[in-house]
Structure formats: structure tokens, C-alpha cells
Design a protein around this ligand. Structure first.
Ligand code: PFF
Length: 453
């Protein structure tokens, strides 16, 4: 049996398989599922995009999640330390890319999650009622135009993230996930059931599931692949870090498949909660990033019981965001604790503070900095998101896939995969996917994007 070589007790472990699943599903299920998946699906025309997204999850997502988790558990290290330990530094770049991605993604993630906390606050005050309906459309524009409000809510959200991460693996991360994830599922099932029973339910179903392949152009494919990475928290070592806290007896393929299934289910359920409302009220599904902050609140304020539904929806959004943001911060904190031997509290406070500051331009990107345009005319926040989702995560994933498929020995991989006394009969299929299919798919999408064919 392969022994882990660093003392696990110092780093912390999940208390059980369930704790590991909840935490990893918590990381995967986030703004990506509830805020982003519905709006990009809307923009790319529905069904065909959804099916290609699921194809990416099965062929690239699941194999890669397994790969990250086995590397993490085998080395019991942060992403940089893990690659250093396995390959004397040659692949450390992949780990570094992960830490940088964690930094960058969390910086703007807190801004968007801050909007969600603000909306939860507004919903709790009963803002989304018919009497206020006329004012609702301006709420989002007003929020985006206000530097102070955005910075305030960004800080509140970062404060919540730091608070949980300081608590450590078991009493911070695991406990928070075990409380928030079941609530999140319950709310989502209630909202999706209501959606399906509403007049727009059938239109939403056919929008989400009947493919019009002519809409699946190369930009849509790149977006679907990038989103599979983002949504499953892959390509930056988050699952590697969570894997490093897994018990020896847990079967990793089992956990990875469960997490990918849960993540896809939540994305689809979010679509089933949101699109029926959009169609019932005859709104535009391609409303873009404003879909859940602009379009939905207008509808909440017009529908019966909308106040309660708004509270539930934004609570769902905040919980989903929080269970993901803690994993983003954990990647960075794990690096400073493992490699620089910092204490958890010091690493969390300092890095939380720095990442907040890095996020300030994102918070101001719709107000003070609105005239600054970067990639393809996007503002600062959207540019960083575009860069991370479409390039850094897939590139990180490409490295990890190549490393696992070509550099990791069969004995090591198979040993990790079969811990927990579960024979992994699908080893040849997994190895084929991680060695050939994942790298080729990612490379093809990159080359296509770069205009090679
Ligand atoms: N998976 C999260 C979401 O869908 O919102 C975002 C995310 C979290 C990406 C953690 C990457 C990561 F490491």
C-alpha cells in the first residue's frame, strides 16, 4: 500500500466520506451553477449547449476530478507541493497556475457573491413586492453604479469566507458544508418544482433539452468546456487540495462521480427554477449576466408569494457561493500553510485581505472604472472571469491531465484508485480518457479558438 509521506494529523482530514462529498460538492456547486449556467445557456440557445456541456463533464470533468483527487491524497499537499513532491519540480507550474487562479477567481467571485448578499438583504426587507415593482429594475443598475455599496458587500462576503476557513478542515469547511448543502438542495427542489408547474414549465423544458445543433458554434463549445472546468472547480487544484484531506479508506472514483452528478443536477435544476419564470412572464432568456439580478427580481415582485421566493432564491445563491469561495481560499491558504509553514489563522487573514484588495478593481469595474476595457471590450471583472474560465482553468486542466496520463506511474494511480478496497474495473477507460481524450479535447478547443481551423 502506498503510504502518505507527510503527517496527516497536522493538516486535518475530513471526518467521513460524506464530509468529503459534501465539501467537494459544495466547492463545485456555486455561482457557476445558479448564476452563470442559466445565463450562458440562455445566450447560447439552450439544448445543444446543455448536451455538449454534459458531454464535457463525462469525458473531461469526471476523469480530471479523479486525477486531481488522487494526486492530492497521495501527496497530502497543496497543489504546488504536490507536483514538486511527485516530479521534482518539473510540473510545479501547474500548481502555481492553480494558486494564481484561486487568487484571481476569488477576487471577483466575492464581488458577485456580494451582490447576492445585498439582494438577500433586500429580499428580507420585503423589497420585491408589487408596490415596489416599479423600482426593482433600477436596483441592479443602482448597485452597480455605487462603489461604496459594492465594496461593502464584497467585504461582508469575504469576511464570511475568512471566518469559515479559519475554523479549519473539520470544524470550518466540513461543518459549514454539512449545514449549507442540504438547505441548498431543499430550496432548489422547491423552486424547480414550482417552476415546472408554472405555465412556462414546458417551454423551459424544451428550451433546456431539445437541441438545435446549429447554435453550437466554436465559441459556444469553448464556453461549455470552460464552464465544465469552472463549474466542477477543476484545473486549479481545488479538488486536489480537498483530496489531500481525504481518508485512506475513501474510494475516490466513487466520490468524484457523485460530485459531478450532483453538480450537473444542480445546474439543470437551477435552469428548471429560472427559465419557467422567464418564459411565464415572456422575458428574454438571453439576458446575460443580469439574468438573476435584474430579470428575476422583476418577476419576483410581480408573482404571488414572490417575497418568500425571493428570500429563498437569494439564500440559495449566497449558500452556493459561500461553499465555493471557501474552497478557493483554502487552495491559497493550504499553499501558505504547507509550503511556508504559516499558521492557518495568519494565512487566512493575510490572504483573505490581499485577495479582497485584488478584487477592488472588479468591484469598481461597473462604476469608477467602467470606461476601462480589456479583453474584447470587456470590463475588468468580466475580463478576469473570461481569462480564468476560458484559458487558465482549461490550461491547468490540460497540464494535470497530461501529467496524470503520461507521467504518473500506473502503480501509483491504480493504488490510489483502489484504496478503500474497491476494485476499479474502469481503470483502462479512465486512463484512456485522461491520457488521450481530455488533453486532445482541450487542445482542440484551444486551437480552434486561436483560429487554426
Ligand atoms: N465551482 C464554482 C462554481 O461553480 O461557482 C467556482 C469555483 C470554485 C471554481 C472553486 C474553481 C474553484 F476552484
Amino acid at each position: 500500500m502506498i503510504q502518505s509521506t507527510s503527517p496527516t494529523h497536522k493538516r486535518g482530514l475530513w471526518s467521513s466520506r460524506l464530509g468529503f462529498i459534501m465539501a467537494s460538492a459544495g466547492s463545485a456547486i456555486g455561482l457557476g451553477n445558479i448564476w452563470k449556467f442559466p445565463y450562458i445557456t440562455g445566450m447560447h440557445g439552450g439544448g445543444a449547449f446543455v448536451l455538449f456541456f454534459i458531454f464535457c463533464i463525462v469525458t473531461v470533468g469526471i476523469p480530471l476530478m479523479i486525477a486531481e483527487m488522487i494526486i492530492g491524497r497521495h501527496t497530502r499537499k497543496d497543489p504546488v507541493g504536490a507536483f514538486r513532491k511527485l516530479n521534482q519540480g518539473r510540473w510545479v507550474l501547474a500548481g502555481w497556475l492553480g494558486i494564481i487562479a484561486g487568487f484571481l477567481i476569488l477576487s471577483y467571485y466575492c464581488v458577485i457573491a456580494g451582490w447576492a448578499v445585498n439582494y438577500l438583504w433586500l429580499a428580507l426587507q420585503g423589497t420585491f413586492t408589487p408596490e415596489h415593482a416599479a423600482k426593482v429594475p433600477q436596483l441592479f443598475t443602482g448597485l452597480l453604479a455605487s462603489d461604496v455599496r459594492q465594496l461593502f458587500w464584497q467585504a461582508v462576503f469575504m469576511g464570511m469566507t475568512v471566518f469559515i476557513v479559519i475554523g479549519g478542515v473539520k470544524s470550518g469547511l466540513e461543518r459549514a458544508n454539512k449545514i449549507m448543502m442540504p438547505v441548498l438542495f431543499m430550496i432548489l427542489v422547491i423552486l424547480a418544482t414550482m417552476g415546472l408547474r408554472s405555465p412556462g414549465g414546458t417551454t423551459a423544458l424544451s428550451f433546456l433539452f431539445s437541441p438545435d445543433w446549429s447554435k453550437l458554434d466554436p465559441p459556444a463549445m469553448l464556453e461549455a468546456l470552460g464552464h465544465a472546468f469552472f463549474s466542477l472547480s477543476l484545473g486549479m487544484g481545488a479538488m486536489l487540495t480537498y483530496g489531500s484531506y481525504a481518508e485512506e479508506k475513501t474510494s475516490i472514483p466513487n466520490v468524484a462521480v457523485t460530485v459531478c452528478f450532483m453538480d450537473t443536477l444542480v445546474a439543470l435544476l437551477s435552469g428548471l427554477a429560472i427559465f419557467p419564470i422567464v418564459f411565464t412572464y415572456g422575458m428574454e432568456p438571453a439576458a446575460g449576466p443580469g439574468l438573476v439580478f435584474k430579470t428575476l427580481p422583476i418577476l419576483f415582485s410581480q408573482m404571488p408569494g414572490g417575497v418568500l421566493i425571493a428570500v429563498l432564491f437569494f439564500l440559495l445563491l449566497v449558500f452556493a457561493a459561500l461553499t465555493s469561495s471557501i474552497s478557493l481560499l483554502e487552495v491559497v491558504v493550504a499553499y501558505y500553510c504547507d509550503e511556508n509553514k504559516w499558521g492557518r489563522k495568519k494565512a487566512t487573514l493575510i490572504m483573505g485581505g490581499i485577495i479582497f484588495l485584488v478584487g477592488v478593481p472588479s468591484a469598481l469595474s461597473n462604476s469608477m472604472l467602467k470606461d476601462l476595457h480589456f479583453i474584447g471590450g470587456r470590463n475588468f471583472l468580466d475580463s478576469i472571469d473570461f481569462l480564468c474560465t476560458n484559458y487558465i482553468l482549461p490550461l491547468g486542466g490540460l497540464f494535470i491531465a497530461i501529467f496524470t496520463g503520461w507521467a504518473l506511474t500506473r502503480g501509483l494511480a491504480k493504488g490510489e484508485l483502489e484504496k478503500g478496497a474497491v476494485r476499479f474495473h474502469l481503470y483502462p477507460a479512465w486512463h484512456f480518457l485522461i491520457k488521450y481524450v481530455s488533453p486532445v479535447l482541450v487542445a482542440l478547443v484551444f486551437l480552434n479558438k486561436a483560429g487554426f481551423f
